[in-house]
Ligand binder design. Structure first.
Ligand code: ADP
Length: 355
């Protein structure tokens, strides 16, 4: 508890004097009115002696009443104002020092609704900050973990490259290992930066009108080498002349991620199907594959950052692709969902507003 300072004491005295003078003035006016009406109606003679005696009694009455009121007000403030203010202040000080587990208990007595509202808002803020803190620490742990693998691979190949009597074939193989590792790290950094910019709203969608079917075909054609090499069949059912108003570059990230996943998780001989249809207000894009599919447990986490359900393909990604896709779709106020069955394949459905 804070010690009372001279300034506080002087402040209390002056507020008491102000209160006393106000009450004294009001009581005096009322008394004078009452006495003069009484004297007039009852024809009493007012002498200076009995007026002085009455004034003295009134004065001490006013002093006593104001003191009692001040005391009652002091106790009321201690209980109703200072106590909740103290617990709120203590909680905010703890939050400031990084303890987000703190919660303020709601106050039961009546008249505390205002304080309870503030307490609830602070509790909610502490909870949100706690979540952000967990995300931040998880994020750092994930990035460090994801960087360790390619770094270890690169170190390994670097050491192998130092051997003096290497054949050309081996030298090329090891150098390729270093290049692949650095490419993987560069990809991850690009994705992290993109995601960060999207999350911090530093990217403002540049909306333009374009043909969605054409964009899908252009994106899909970039994977021609991959599907031919892996002997994956392609089926398309893309409606023509579907114009959408959206950020074409951001939407391009969505299709690229969905297509690259479809080809990555589909074994040779499988099929990837891309379709574009429309409803009254939406364009609906489906990317289906006949790949490994995923369990419901995996499906529930795929849009989280760094989540990788399939460890056998983890070398080819970093678990950021679908987190990025989800963020873009959220920014566009669209919807994304997935249906999948293990061993049968997956279908991603994206719904975006047409105009
Ligand atoms: P990455 O592909 O780099 O692992 P993503 O964020 O793109 O990261 O995907 C997260 C996880 O979702 C993948 O690790 C995989 O388990 C699952 N997944 C995504 N697309 C498919 C798909 N078409 N078929 C099966 N699993 C998929």
């Amino acid at each position: 508890m804070k010690k009372p300072t001279l300034q506080n004491i002087l402040g209390s005295i002056s507020s008491f004097l102000l209160f006393f003078l106000t009450v004294g003035f009001i009581v005096s006016c009322c008394m004078m009115l009452f006495v003069s009406i009484l004297a007039e109606t009852m024809e009493l003679a007012l002498t200076s002696d009995n007026v002085a005696a009455a004034a003295k009694v009134t004065f001490w009455n006013v002093v006593l009443i104001t003191l009692l009121f001040k005391l009652a007000d002091y106790i009321r403030r201690k209980i109703m104002v200072e106590r909740p203010t103290r617990s709120i202040t203590e909680a905010t000080e703890k939050i400031t020092s990084g303890d987000f587990s703190v919660r303020i208990k709601p106050m039961q007595s009546s008249g505390m609704e205002g304080f309870n509202q503030i307490a609830m808002a602070i509790n909610q803020m502490a909870e949100e900050l706690g979540c952000v803190e967990t995300l931040r620490t998880d994020f750092i742990a994930n990035v460090s973990h994801e960087m360790k693998t390619p770094l270890a691979v690169m170190q390994n190949y670097g050491t192998l490259l130092q051997a003096p009597d290497l054949s050309d074939e081996k030298r090329i193989e090891y150098a390729k290992g270093v290049t692949d590792g650095s490419r993987r790290m560069a990809d991850m950094m690009t994705n992290i930066l993109k995601l960060n910019r999207l999350e911090n709203q530093q990217i403002y969608p540049e909306v333009s009108e374009f043909d969605l079917g054409e964009q899908l075909c252009e994106c899909l054609l970039q994977y021609e080498n991959i599907w031919e090499k892996a002997d994956i069949g392609i089926e398309t059912n893309i409606a023509e002349n579907i114009q959408v108003k959206a950020d074409a570059e951001l939407l391009g990230h969505v299709w690229n991620n969905l297509f690259s996943n479809a080809f990555k998780f589909t074994p040779s001989g499988g099929t990837v199907t891309v379709s574009l249809t429309t409803t009254d207000h939406h364009a609906v894009v489906k990317v289906a594959d006949t790949g490994c599919g995923m369990t419901a447990e995996v499906g529930a986490h795929i849009f989280e950052k760094f989540y990788q359900g399939d460890s056998s393909h983890s070398v080819q990604g970093n678990g950021l692709g679908l987190a990025l896709v989800k963020r873009v779709i959220d920014i566009m106020q669209g919807e994304i969902s997935v249906e999948s069955a293990v061993g049968k394949g997956s279908t991603f459905t994206v719904k975006i507003r047409r105009m």
